[in-house]
Write a new protein. Structure first.
Length: 457
């Protein structure tokens, strides 16, 4: 058998140093002198023996072949206890997002090896977490050996929860991480910042301060955060002063026009209502993608310039996606541009073959309801939606009824919301305001009494 080495990097990095020599010198220095501040496993290329002929095959096919040979060897009584083999295979599965193959490998790993080797269990946890199987990942996390020796498994699980929209779980895990004495590292904060946006202002400020201290420490140590890390910071509702400091550092490094960084700068300045800087950045970008166009359209979601930018987008190489149309429909709703909104919705479905999501439906209901077209909005919910309306749709209808004093349809929308969101006090409050506008004071008292007693309608 002709043998070759297939190198796979164990953990990957979210930063890169300015030169290869400097990178490895700094990495060794950090690991030796600041191990307590960087509690993550070191990455080494791991040799995986494969047939030379597999190089010409697709990566997935080659991976499948290796796994089949491994299964065959185990069935023939060959004992495989080398953790590097399994670590290399799991890393390949992670890079290829091959969760099915990862599950097969999981079954092949000796239980004793999995229990005692934190590196393998960490990689397996990360594979499950990044592919939406957070419950399975958490099961592994609960029985991991020495899980507190590294921030890596914590980061992986936090990221998995955040990507699934389970922000409270992500934050709870972060708090648990701190309570158990596991020091967060530079990989922790880009993953948790997204989830933290739902927290209170004081908590958010505390996390920003802590995250920024790690970012500046990285830079002082000679390690440059990559575009993913920078983007995570810039799009996380940073205070203006901190965001401009990051922009200044990026500018001095000559990476201002990295596509991901430039897109994130547009989002940052948009959040700060600095539209002139947003426009300047966008017009100076040497290259734009759909994220660039979505960002500039979103920045102008309160004025008709959003439509103008969309027209330019259609003349470019970028093709609009579902996010583009959510932003456009929202802009049309706020501007009262009903006909334009209808045209956008039809274009999305017919020209771009994008299936409407619940957000798109909610935007259309909002479009009609804000314009006072309550009957059209209700008809859209009942007769034109291809899925059962969710809270965002009924919420848009209820708010429109509040704006225009339509108690009859408002009652219908509220009743649906009471079933879907029984703890949503804002729905009760809106209905009370609708009744008050209509002079139905007995109904006002009835709803208020139900709120106080916690009873259902």
């Amino acid at each position: 058998m002709n043998l070759c080495f297939l190198n796979t990097s164990c953990l990957g990095r979210s930063f890169s140093c300015s030169s290869a020599k400097k990178k490895y010198e700094k990495h060794d220095k950090i690991y030796r002198t600041k191990k307590s501040k960087l509690p993550f496993p070191r990455s080494h290329p791991t040799p995986l023996l494969t047939d030379q002929k597999f190089q010409s095959q697709s990566k997935l096919h080659a991976l499948e072949t290796v796994i089949n040979k491994l299964e065959s060897s185990l069935k023939n009584g060959v004992v495989i206890n080398d953790p590097q083999i399994f670590a290399s295979l799991l890393e390949t599965c992670f890079q290829l997002k091959a969760i099915d193959y990862g599950i097969k490998i999981h079954r092949l790993i000796p239980e004793k090896l999995l229990r005692k080797n934190v590196g393998i269990s960490s990689k397996l946890l990360r594979l499950y977490a990044c592919n939406g199987q957070v419950e399975k990942a958490h099961e592994m996390f609960d029985v991991m050996p020495d899980r507190n020796s590294s921030a890596f498994p914590w980061n992986s699980l936090i990221s998995g929860y955040a990507e699934e929209g389970l922000y409270e779980d992500a934050l709870a895990l972060y708090f648990q991480m701190v309570e158990e004495g596991v020091e967060p590292d530079q990989y922790t904060f880009p993953r948790v910042l997204k989830a933290w946006r739902s927290g209170d202002d004081s908590s958010w400020h505390g996390l920003i301060v802590e995250a920024m201290s790690i970012l500046w420490w990285m830079i002082e140590e000679g390690c440059e955060p990559d575009s993913v890390t920078l983007s995570a910071f810039l799009t996380s509702m940073l205070p203006y002063k901190i965001g401009t400091q990051i922009h200044g550092w990026v500018f001095r490094r000559g990476t201002e026009w990295n596509l991901s960084v430039a897109n994130s700068l547009i989002v940052f300045y948009s959040n700060q209502d600095q539209l002139e800087k947003v426009k300047w950045l966008f017009e100076c970008m040497p290259k734009r993608d759909v994220v660039s166009w979505n960002s500039i359209i979103s920045a102008h979601s309160k004025d008709s310039a959003a439509i103008e930018y969309f027209s330019r987008m259609m003349d470019s190489d970028a093709s609009p996606d579902g996010i583009t149309f959510v932003t456009l429909l929202s802009a049309c709703a706020h501007l009262g541009m009903v006909k334009d909104g209808e045209r956008m919705f039809s274009m999305m479905v017919e020209r771009y073959q994008i299936s409407p999501s619940m957000e798109h439906y909610a935007c259309m209901v909002n479009l009609y309801a804000r314009a006072g077209l309550i009957s059209e909005a209700y008809d859209f919910v009942v007769n034109r939606m291809e899925v059962e309306a969710g809270p965002t749709v009924w919420g848009a209808l209820l708010y429109g009824c509040y704006l225009h004093g339509n108690a009859e349809v408002g009652e219908i929308a509220a009743n649906h919301l009471f079933e879907l969101e029984p703890d949503g006090e804002h729905n009760f409050e809106l209905l009370i305001k609708i009744y008050r506008k209509a002079g139905r004071y007995k109904d006002v008292e009835r709803i208020r009494s139900m709120m106080e007693r916690g009873l259902e309608l």
